[in-house]
Design a protein around this ligand. Structure first.
Ligand code: CMC
Length: 396
């Protein structure tokens, strides 16, 4: 194997097929099960898109009503999950809370399974598990933000759909339709993105025939990093640092001189702009108008045009979603958990797809450590000598 055979970061490697989504950087498009994500974001609820990702087609009215009924039934934060979250230090990152909560939910659900041989589950079982995780995540995320603010949890409301209820549980008040709509769109745009780092992590774990919960918990860990899901949070830190539009030029001069990565820009696959950005930017614009915050739009536009002008690197979805979540009232630390609530739909769809035609994911590596060496005075025993001899025999 030569160095040129190595695909660092698996860049450009096609690892498997998927029928769940198609990212096409040439045409700047993203399809979920064949539908352009922009069309889904403008016309569908997040529940309908979750159904689409899991089942392959959009739901009819009865199917959507059934999913909504199940989702409502599992919205409550179980007392022991709340207690587990309370064990996580208040100054730990909320992604640690989410990871802990999901881990406990999995352990409880799989308790009594008996053997690791039967944890991967049937498609039916995994679909039911996926819907339950999708349903309970808003309560986990909302509770996290509220407890950090010293507020009591808010019980879910059965008369509200997913997005409106999520905001209700977070803020304890009903949000305006324009806010619910922008939030719903963001959830749809974040739901799925082919073999990104967290989804691939989930597929690697599923490929060992481990359980869906373990795969999702691993994916949460991958999403936490600032090169992936953590970037939406990092965008807000940058906005806070810059302060206002007129400071962009000098701030950028210094950041680029220090060779800093500007979070919210760049993408491994899209090199001419992220297909999700225009839809999320339009949602951000409605929020800017709703909350009367032209200063946010000015900072956003100035940083974008200056950075694109200087580096030719375009914004990714985290760039408009960070300020949008900030305007809605989410704490910066809550942004990546929001990404989890959305992406759990894509992760679980991929876990089921992986299990549907599984092959253990186990790449090779090119060794570049020291040449073979030996411990002074070591005398190989008979078994070791026999194994060494066998290794020299040609493989039949
Ligand atoms: N700021 C400054 N320079 C950048 C940036 C950026 N945001 N993105 C890429 N570059 C430069 C990079 O420094 C490198 O320059 P050089 O060749 O001179 O060393 C060149 O562009 C190629 O960058 P790379 O990191 O090798 O490219 P990649 O395809 O591996 O990186 C990326 C993709 C997302 C890791 C990177 O663009 C980045 O770190 N962006 C900031 C973090 C971010 O916004 N992440 C969210 C990604 S989208 C949401 C998601 O899918 O999770």
């Amino acid at each position: 194997m030569t160095d040129t055979d190595i695909k660092k970061g698996l860049a450009g490697v096609v690892a498997d097929t998927t029928a769940i989504s198609k990212v096409n950087p040439e045409t700047n498009s993203l399809l979920y099960r064949g539908y352009p994500v922009q069309e889904l974001a403008s016309t569908q609820s997040f529940e309908a898109v979750a159904y689409l990702l899991w089942n392959g087609d959009l739901p009819d009215e009865t199917q959507l009503a059934q999913l909504r009924a199940t989702e409502r039934a599992y919205r409550h934060l179980p007392a022991e999950v709340r207690a587990a979250i309370d064990l996580v230090p208040l100054d730990a990152h909320p992604m640690d809370e989410v990871r802990t909560a999901l881990s406990l939910i999995g352990a409880k659900d799989l308790a009594g399974t008996g053997s690791v041989l039967d944890v991967s589950g049937s498609t039916e079982e995994n679909l039911a598990r996926s819907v339950r995780l999708f349903a309970v995540l808003p309560a986990i995320v909302a509770y996290g933000q509220r407890r950090r603010r010293g507020q009591q949890p808010v019980e879910p409301r059965d008369d509200l759909d997913y997005a409106a209820n999520f905001l209700w549980m977070t803020f304890g008040e009903e949000s305006d339709a324009v806010v619910v709509d922008a939030f719903n769109r963001s959830m749809i745009l974040y739901a799925e993105h082919s073999f990104n780092a967290s989804t691939f992590t989930a597929r690697v774990i599923a490929s060992t025939l481990s359980d869906l919960y373990s795969a999702v918990v691993g994916a949460v860990g991958a999403l936490k990093g600032p090169l992936h899901g953590g970037a939406n949070e990092a965008v807000l830190h940058i906005f806070d640092e810059i302060g206002s539009a007129e400071n962009v030029g000098p701030w950028l001069d210094e950041a680029l001189a220090q060779k800093r990565k500007i979070m919210g820009f760049g993408h491994r696959v899209y090199k001419r702009g992220d297909s999700r950005v225009p839809t999320m930017k339009a949602a951000l614009d409605t929020l800017v108008e709703h909350y009367d915050r032209p200063d946010v739009a000015a900072l956003y536009d100035t940083l974008e045009s200056e950075f694109v002008g200087r580096k030719g690197i375009y914004p990714n979805l985290d760039y408009p979603s960070g300020p949008a979540y900030n305007l809605i009232g989410f704490d910066t630390l809550t942004f990546t958990p929001l990404f989890v609530a959305a992406r759990v739909t894509g992760w679980t769809a991929h876990i089921m797809e992986q299990l549907g035609s599984n092959a253990l994911i186990r790449p090779l590596s090119a060794y570049n450590g020291p040449d073979e060496r030996h411990i002074d005075g070591y005398v190989p025993d008979a078994a070791a000598l026999e194994a060494a001899e066998r290794a020299e025999e040609p493989v039949a």
